[in-house]
Structures are given as structure tokens and as C-alpha cells.
Design a protein around this ligand. Structure first.
Ligand code: GSH
Length: 215
């Protein structure tokens, strides 16, 4: 792969550190032992150049030569297409991994993200809206539980699907949302014990710590 550059923010507050989505990309790049450089855009402003790469003014995005890709799921699929460490190479295995990539983002994260936002903004209170969201997420977790009790990794061997699913579940766990789902929790423990995750997380933490020092 040509000249990979991962772009993230130049600084973020303490709360999201260790969870900024550039970590998903760092993790995949580390798993595949691909060399890359990290670039940054201001946390404060959204320039036209930023929006040209990421139309929602978010991070991350990855450039691979003259190809620029936003959306962490799309980036991971792009990397997975070219690296056997990230996706099975047989058609059945690839479709397994692909479907779990979409399940992580479109079935679990679509419930977990609003749930987490209400949690960290202190709005997880006794309201019908919160109860609805909490029940909705618990239903998704209830269905993930037997899947994850039954296998080590989603598509047979470790793949980008596991990076996404475990990262989604990891955020729920941060807010104690996996206490009734031991298989989901065990899966997060298993995934985050991988050396590539440990390095990716440490690198992200160091990157934002260096930004503190430079402010
Ligand atoms: N669906 C996007 C979400 C990206 C996202 O939420 N990025 C956060 C950082 S983890 C961000 O840029 N937040 C600032 C904002 O939304 O303006 C992806 O998975 O890449």
C-alpha cells in the first residue's frame, strides 16, 4: 500500500482520549504491520480542506496515495481488502467479516452511541426516552451475547469486524453497560489484550498528551 497517512484532531479533551476513532485505524494498521504517518487538523475549526476529506467535519480519514477515505468502517474495509491479517481471503470468510462490520456499525453502534452520549452528558435519567434507549441497547446486547459466547472472533480468524465490534462494545463497557453480558465483556477483554490494540491506544494517548504539552 502506498504512503498511508491517518488524519486525526490536533488535540481533544480528556474524556474522549483512548476512544477517538482514529484508534480503530491505528489498530488495523498495527495488526497488518503497515507503516503510516499521523497528521492532524484543528479540533476547533473546520476548514474547507478538512471538509473536502471528511464532509461532516469529523475524524478520522486515511489517505492511501491519492485515495482519500472517511468513515472508520470504510477505512477498515479498504485496508481489509488488501491485507490478509485484517480479512479472510476466501469469499465465505470475507462475507462473514463484511456482514459483521455492518452489524457493528449499523445494528450495535446505532444503539450504543446515543446511549453513551446520554450517559456521559448526565442525561441517563428516569425518563421514557432514556428507558427506551436503554432497553433498545440491551436487546442488541442480548442478541450479541450467544454469538460471542460461541466463538473467539466474529469471522473465524481475527478481522476488521472484531476491531469495530469490540471498539463499539468497549465504549458501552466504559459506562458499565456490559455488566449483565459476560460474553460481550470477555470478547472486549480478549480483543483489547492484542498487542496491536495496546500499541494503538498508547500511541493515541501519547499523541494527545504531546498536544497538551505544546499548548
Ligand atoms: N461515523 C464516523 C464517526 C466519526 C466521529 O464520530 N468522529 C468523532 C471523533 S471519534 C468526531 O470527529 N467528532 C467531532 C464532531 O463530530 O464534530 C466514523 O466512524 O468515522
Amino acid at each position: 500500500m502506498a504512503n498511508l497517512t491517518l488524519t486525526t484532531f490536533d488535540w481533544v479533551p480528556e474524556l474522549p482520549r483512548g476512544f477517538v476513532r482514529d484508534l480503530r485505524v491505528r489498530w488495523a494498521l498495527e495488526e497488518a504491520a503497515l507503516p503510516y504517518r499521523v497528521a492532524s487538523v484543528p479540533f476547533g475549526d473546520r476548514s474547507a480542506a478538512h471538509l473536502a476529506h471528511q464532509p461532516f467535519g469529523q475524524v478520522p480519514w486515511l489517505t492511501d496515495g491519492d485515495i482519500s477515505i472517511f468513515e472508520s468502517g470504510a477505512i477498515l474495509l479498504h485496508l481489509g481488502e488488501r491485507n490478509a491479517e485484517l480479512m479472510p481471503t476466501d469469499p465465505r470468510g470475507r462475507s462473514e467479516a463484511t456482514k459483521w462490520v455492518f452489524a457493528a456499525l449499523n445494528s450495535v453502534e446505532m444503539a450504543s452511541l446515543p446511549w453513551s452520549i446520554l450517559k456521559f452528558t448526565g442525561n441517563a435519567s428516569d425518563t421514557p426516552a432514556w428507558k427506551f434507549l436503554d432497553d433498545f441497547l440491551k436487546l442488541r446486547l442480548k442478541h450479541m451475547e450467544p454469538v460471542l459466547a460461541d466463538r473467539e472472533w466474529l469471522a473465524g480468524s481475527f478481522s476488521v469486524a472484531d476491531i469495530l465490534m469490540s471498539d463499539v462494545l468497549r465504549l458501552i463497557d466504559r459506562f458499565d453497560g456490559l455488566t449483565e453480558h459476560p460474553a460481550c465483556r470477555g470478547y472486549v477483554t480478549r480483543a483489547t489484550a492484542r498487542p496491536a490494540f495496546v500499541k494503538a491506544r498508547a500511541d493515541q494517548m501519547a499523541y494527545f498528551a504531546a498536544a497538551d504539552a505544546a499548548r
